[in-house]
Design a protein around this ligand. Structure first.
Ligand SMILES: C[S@@+](CC[C@H](N)C(=O)[O-])C[C@H]1O[C@@H](n2cnc3c(N)ncnc32)[C@H](O)[C@@H]1O
Length: 347
């Protein structure tokens, strides 16, 4: 009970209630997608009722399922009316005002609007990738957000990971700000002192983010914890090992790690494969923990933005996640809070 309360307290620091945040996010991503599709002429076309197929034919869209998801979301928000297998508007609709949530910094806003701009291509069957050169810089910026700190702190409070030692990996470490914060937490608890120091690894799919994570590690630790740089430099043998790779095919042998951590990564990849891979590299008795956007916490418009990316799973049903980890040898699975905190013990 106590770890759950602690986790909630940490998440409350993000500000707003879960419900107001979700509303804000929904309105923001809806406006971005709506304005892009409006520019395509979609809503002018829907002044007269049209079937999904006639919409697809008119605009050259090939992914009927993806198109239907948008049309149904707009219908749910009463922007469109669905009748007898057709969609229509109630007349001409103006552009939506785009109001970014105050927790979003310019990097995250750029990622969201670049995503929206990619919707027409995606409807024509052309996917984006998680990051191209430009997006890397936006992600580097976005991942500095306090929001990610609070989510991470909640995951650590909930899991009790800081009491454990051994080999640890941060899967999908992004720009490594989180990895540096985690390393610092363990450092403060004496985890790298002589005797039996723990060993950290961090894996990232995007080579540019992995490079940033590795190069900026000492600077990040020194800045985050206000520790003199020379002290950090002297600890270089204990820096994490940064590896470029995919969560879906982890370059580690079975049962290598005592702790496997991942935060806000699974929805970007083949979630079942990645989950089972993370369980595979965990020792019996080891801890697999982190955060994931379980359905329905991830709003449909945000999820559609994620699904623009090749190979992205989108929001995950908690039940399917629990089934995957059990199939991969979990003896105990716990989840908490809308931020999707989870902790799994391997038998
Ligand atoms: C929202 S960021 C979270 C970063 C970090 N875990 C944090 O909490 O600050 C998602 C990260 O997952 C990475 N990612 C996406 N697909 C991946 C995959 N298949 N394997 C490993 N990482 C992946 C992205 O490159 C990105 O750095």
């Amino acid at each position: 009970m106590l770890p759950t309360i602690g986790a909630w307290t940490e998440l409350l620091k993000i500000g707003g209630t879960g419900r107001t945040r979700k509303k804000e996010l929904r309105a923001y991503y809806r406006a971005l997608s709506f304005n892009v599709l409006r520019k395509e002429g979609l809503f002018d076309f829907l002044v007269t009722p049209q079937s999904v197929q006639s919409i697809a034919n008119r605009f050259g869209y090939t992914d009927i399922q993806f198109l239907t998801k948008y049309l149904d979301a707009y219908t749910e928000d009463e922007i469109l009316i669905r009748e007898n297998g057709t969609y229509r508007t109630n007349g001409i609709i103006k552009e939506f005002a785009v109001i970014a949530p105050d927790i979003f910094n310019p990097g995250l806003q750029q990622i969201a609007s670049d995503g929206a701009a990619a919707i027409p291509d995606r409807l024509r069957g052309q996917y984006s990738t998680f990051s191209d050169e430009m997006n890397t810089f936006n992600w580097d910026d976005a991942l500095q957000l306090k929001m990610y700190d609070h989510i991470r702190n909640a995951a650590f409070g909930y899991s009790g990971a800081l009491k454990r030692r051994g080999k640890f990996i941060d899967v999908g470490c992004g720009n490594g700000v989180g990895t540096a914060a985690i390393w610092g937490k363990f450092y403060k608890r004496g985890a790298f002192e002589s005797g039996n120091p723990m060993k950290m690894y961090a894996l990232e799919y995007d080579p540019n983010l992995k490079q940033i994570a590795e190069e900026e590690f000492p600077l990040s630790v020194s800045r985050l914890f206000n520790i003199d740089r020379t002290i950090i430099d002297n600890l270089s043998p204990h820096y994490p090992t940064f590896v470029q790779g995919s969560a879906e095919e982890l370059p580690f042998e079975d049962e290598f790690f005592d702790m496997v951590y991942t935060s806000q990564v699974l929805h970007w990849c083949d979630a079942e494969r990645a989950t089972k891979e993370m369980m595979r590299i965990l020792k019996p008795g080891g801890l697999f923990f982190g955060t994931e956007a379980f359905y329905p916490m991830l709003d449909i418009y945000v999820e559609l933005n994620v699904l623009l990316n090749e190979g992205a799973h989108g929001a995950i049903m908690k039940e399917e996640f629990i089934r995957w980890v059990k199939e991969a040898g979990a003896s105990e699975v716990k989840t908490a809070t809308p931020a999707g905190l989870f902790k799994v013990l391997k038998s």
